[in-house]
Design a binder for this molecule. Structure first.
Ligand code: SF4
Ligand code: SF4
Length: 204
C-alpha cells in the first residue's frame, strides 16, 4: 500500500521468475517409454503420442525375443494446455519437466502445437533441481538399497572364500588366529573343521 507502483518494462526488462515457474513443458525423450500415462491423464487431451512396436533380438542364444515401443510422435498443444502439471506428476520415468520459458506466443494457433523436437529444445532451458537439504532424513529406498548391496557383497565374499583352493583356505585359517590374539594359533588350526584334521587324525 505504501510502496510506489512500478511498471515492469517488459520486453526491455525481463521479469525475474522463480526457477520452478510453469512456463513450458520440456521432453527428455531418452527417458520416455511410450507408456501413454501422461496422454491418458491429461484433462485437456492435448498430448498426442504415436508409436510402433519393434522386436529386439534375444540377448543370448536360446533367449526370447522382446518387443519395445518406439516413439514416432510426441506433441503438446499449448493452445489447449492449462498448465496443471498432471502430465509431469504422473510420468513414471522423469521424461517431462517444467521450464520457466514463456516467450512462445504465436499469431497462428496451429504453431502452438509443439512437436518432439521443439519439446526437446525446451529441455535445455529446464533449471537444475535445488540442492538437497543436508539435514534431510535419508530416503528409505537408499537405506534398503544399501542393505541389499551389503548382503550381496557378503554373499559374494563367502562364495569366493568357499571357491578358493584348499591351500588358500589353509593359509587363511592360519592367518586368522594371529590376528585374534594370544590364545594361540594351534587351538584353532587343529579344530574339528581344520584342513589338517584327516591326516592328523588318521581317518583312513
Ligand atoms: S500441463 Fe495439464 S493440461 Fe497441460 S499437457 Fe500436461 S496434463 Fe495436459
Ligand atoms: S508418461 Fe512419461 S514415459 Fe509415459 S509416455 Fe508420457 S512422457 Fe513418456
Amino acid at each position: 500500500m505504501t510502496k510506489k507502483t512500478v511498471t515492469a518494462q517488459y520486453p526491455e526488462v525481463l521479469p525475474a521468475l522463480p526457477p520452478r515457474t510453469r512456463g513450458v513443458i520440456g521432453l527428455f525423450e531418452e527417458n520416455c517409454t511410450v507408456c501413454m500415462l501422461c496422454a491418458r491423464e491429461c484433462p485437456d487431451w492435448c498430448i498426442y503420442i504415436d508409436s510402433h512396436k519393434e522386436t529386439v533380438p534375444a540377448a543370448a542364444p536360446g533367449g526370447r525375443e522382446r518387443s519395445r515401443n518406439v516413439l514416432d510422435r510426441f506433441a503438446i498443444d499449448f493452445s489447449l494446455c492449462m498448465y496443471c502439471g498432471i502430465c509431469i506428476e504422473v510420468c513414471p520415468f522423469d521424461a517431462l519437466f517444467w521450464s520457466p520459458e514463456f516467450e512462445y506466443a504465436e499469431t497462428d494457433i496451429r504453431e502452438l502445437t509443439h512437436e518432439r523436437d521443439k519439446l526437446r529444445d525446451w529441455m535445455w532451458t529446464v533449471p537444475e533441481p535445488p540442492a538437497l537439504d543436508p539435514a534431510a532424513e535419508e530416503p528409505k529406498e537408499l537405506a534398503a538399497a544399501r542393505k541389499t548391496a551389503d548382503k550381496l557383497a557378503a554373499e559374494a565374499a563367502k562364495a569366493a572364500e568357499e571357491a578358493a583352493p584348499p591351500e588358500q583356505q589353509a593359509a587363511a585359517a592360519e592367518q586368522q588366529p594371529e590376528t585374534e590374539g594370544p590364545e594361540g594359533p594351534d587351538a584353532s588350526t587343529e579344530g574339528p573343521q581344520g584342513p589338517d584334521t584327516p591326516t592328523e587324525g588318521g581317518a583312513r
